[in-house]
Design a binder for this molecule. Structure first.
Ligand SMILES: Cc1ncc(COP(=O)(O)O)c(C=O)c1O
Length: 360
């Protein structure tokens, strides 16, 4: 009998979310961002599921891109942080990886390297996030340098990244778009501004390329209802099962540090999932868990391999019953909120010991 802990990956929901990204991209293209093991969903699984739909993929580094190539993914793959060392450039050329260029050092490495085939580059503009990218007033000259090099393919893309696009009331995104438009006004290259919240919530950010990660996995990046974000369908259903049941008297405590004490005689179910599976240790008593059509509260500390829940109010409950930690009935965002983090983090932190299983 196998441990019942698993992440079911709903392929049709993933494709639905990608099609929404395509629709919102209009005449532009939607690039699935599948770094960090596709935000925990399984990069190869996700890339294969989108391989007939997506024109290119985006990842964080060359190791992630090579994993996709080895799995037979044929599309160009953008390295969102470009090359970390100059010896990666030849590997990138060999495998048709596209390179983000964030600074002069990276650009110089490309301009001076010895490659037979030109490489496609994306020039990153720092429009206010102040993490990566050329200053806005440098971009035109950087673009000209890239254009004049035989090592750089003709189809250069200029890009930026938003700091606050998930906050629909923030002026920061409007300002970033204005800085970007002004910095690139004399550049004829294709443009790329939007991440998921940019694509969903900021029509003026949509351009030739739109880089969507989080939205593909079916959680909205917004904390309030939003017309496009609300159409997303959850892709991951994180499941396990009840492995033990007991009754504890009022006044008895449960779990490490005895942090939860029964206020009445209570039925306690132990579930085979813990922080060793990516379930956040900081999830407090009261975090919802879905069993037999009902939400029940987590009680006590999250252990490495187990959690305990109060199932006193369930009409029927038995060892072996399936438990959903997040998915269709409870969103990863909601669990993350209880644990004082974000949906991005809880999904991405799921370790390899949880099998990802694609389901139609
Ligand atoms: C440069 C860049 N583009 C796009 C994305 C995708 O962002 P999101 O997951 O919000 O769609 C990321 C993610 O961090 C990123 O770093």
């Amino acid at each position: 009998m196998a441990r019942p802990t698993k992440a079911l990956i709903n392929i049709s929901a993933l494709q639905h979310n990608y099609r929404l990204a395509q629709t919102l991209s209009g005449a532009g293209q939607a690039m699935p961002i599948i770094k960090a093991n596709a935000y925990g969903h399984g990069a190869v699984l996700v890339a294969r599921a989108l391989s007939k739909l997506a024109p290119a993929f985006g990842v964080a580094c060359i190791e992630e891109a090579l994993e996709l190539r080895q799995a037979g993914i044929k599309q160009p793959i953008l390295l969102l942080e470009g090359c970390f060392t100059a010896d990666e450039i030849a590997v990138a050329v060999e495998h048709n990886f596209w390179l983000m260029i964030d600074n002069q050092l990276q650009l110089d490495s490309i301009l001076t390297c010895n490659i037979a085939t030109p490489v496609t580059v994306w020039l990153k503009v720092d429009t206010g996030m102040h993490r990566l990218g050329f200053d806005a007033d440098e971009v035109e000259s950087v673009y000209r340098q890239a254009c004049s090099s035989n090592n750089v393919a003709e189809d250069i893309i200029v890009a930026t990244h938003f700091a606050c696009a998930d906050d629909l009331s923030s002026e920061a995104t409007v300002e970033q778009i204005a800085v970007f438009n002004s910095a690139t006004a004399n550049i004829t290259a294709a443009k790329s501004l939007a991440n998921s919240p940019g694509l969903l919530g900021w029509p003026e950010a949509r351009a030739e390329w739109n880089r969507s990660g989080f939205m593909l996995y079916g959680n909205s990046p917004f904390s309030q209802p939003q017309v496009n974000g609300d159409q997303l369908k959850p892709v991951m259903s994180l499941q396990s099962a009840i492995i033990s049941l007991r009754t504890v008297d009022s006044g008895e405590s449960v779990g490490y540090a005895a942090s939860w004490t029964a206020q009445r005689q209570s039925r306690v179910a132990t579930i085979a999932i813990g922080y060793g599976d990516g379930y956040p240790r900081k999830a407090p008593s009261g975090t919802p868990v879905y069993i037999n059509g009902q939400r029940v509260p987590l009680i006590g500390r999250v252990s490495m391999d187990m959690i305990t829940v109060d199932v006193t109010d369930l009409a029927e409950v038995a060892i072996g019953d399936t438990v959903e930690l997040w998915g269709e009935h409870i969103s990863a965002n909601e669990v993350a909120g209880f644990a004082d983090t974000i949906g991005y983090e809880v999904m991405t932190r799921m370790p390899l010991r949880v099998p990802r299983i694609g389901v139609e």
